[in-house]
Design a protein around this ligand. Structure first.
Ligand SMILES: Nc1ncnc2c1ncn2[C@@H]1O[C@H](COP(=O)(O)OP(=O)(O)OP(=O)(O)O)[C@@H](O)[C@H]1O
Ligand SMILES: [Mg+2]
Length: 250
């Protein structure tokens, strides 16, 4: 099942805007696993996602993030992406003037360590974009647009998942990938991510507020983040329970 990849987070502390937000998080995700992070608004879920990816503006103040033994703390986001980590933002940003297929071509460009393959040619990338768009019901017209420009909230989310399918990274961090999606889109996106866990052993850290996503995307572990700390971890039943009880107990 697993491609043998491991993402290990230990004692992670991170601040945003000078404020300590993530206060000692441990996570261990293997290839093919889905870990879900839930928690009240403002508990630090997005900041945790940003810290994992090295988003500028979020500072890691302690701990480590290792991907197959490689320390990611201190290296820039683009190198983390090259190392195999993909981040889908809670609010994907517009990048005027930059076309989606150009971004994919650049991301897939051989970095010297690997042979160029048929899949990495412009035609190969175009083909993958089309297949991925079809899988999640993303209108092909949008492939020709500048990144996220003039796309609706839900279309941007689908665009993130499309990129995930084309890039096929070992790990992804998905920040509320289900927010703003209609019911059918949630199902399609969840199904695509679920199948990726088997297809190439994708490891997933998914932040969500809704149990609905987890009807299709099956969680191996559910973690509850409150005030920057994981206060409970369990199986999928924990997400179910939270749906009914809320976070009052924490
Ligand atoms: N750049 C920043 N400057 C100051 N405070 C920040 C900054 N970014 C985040 N925070 C604060 O850190 C806390 C955690 O924010 P974060 O976005 O990580 O929460 P969240 O768990 O993702 O919430 P939500 O469920 O609403 O998305 C909040 O109190 C937020 O106001
Ligand atoms: Mg958030």
């Amino acid at each position: 099942m697993t491609a043998g990849h491991h993402l290990v987070v230990e004692g992670l502390h991170a601040s945003a805007g000078g404020k300590a937000v993530v206060k000692g998080v441990d996570l261990s995700v293997s290839g093919g696993e889905v870990h879900v992070v839930m928690g009240p608004n403002g508990s630090g879920k997005s900041t945790l996602a940003h810290a994992l990816m090295g988003r500028p503006g979020t500072t890691v103040t302690g701990g480590s993030i290792r991907l197959d033994g490689l320390e990611l703390v201190g290296i820039p986001a683009w190198r983390r992406a090259r190392a195999g980590l993909f981040l889908a933002l809670q609010q994907p940003i517009e990048v005027p003037g930059v076309l989606l297929d150009a971004v994919m071509a650049e991301a897939l460009a051989p970095d010297g360590s690997e042979e160029p393959t048929a899949e990495r040619t412009p035609a190969g990338i175009e083909d993958r974009l089309r297949r991925e768009a079809a899988a999640i019901g993303f209108d092909e017209r949008f492939l020709r647009r500048a990144l996220n420009v003039d796309l609706s909230g839900g279309e941007r989310k689908r665009n993130e998942v499309l990129q995930l399918g084309v890039l096929r990274p070992p790990f992804c961090v998905l920040d509320e990938i289900d927010s703003g999606l209609d019911v059918d889109a949630v199902r399609a996106v969840a199904r695509r991510i679920e199948s990726a866990t088997e297809e190439w052993g994708l490891g997933v850290v998914a932040v969500t507020h809704f149990h609905r996503l987890l009807r299709v995307l099956r969680a191996d572990r559910v973690h509850v983040l409150v005030e920057g700390r994981i206060v409970a971890s369990g199986g999928p039943e924990l997400a179910e329970e939270l749906e009914h009880t809320g976070y009052a107990a924490y």
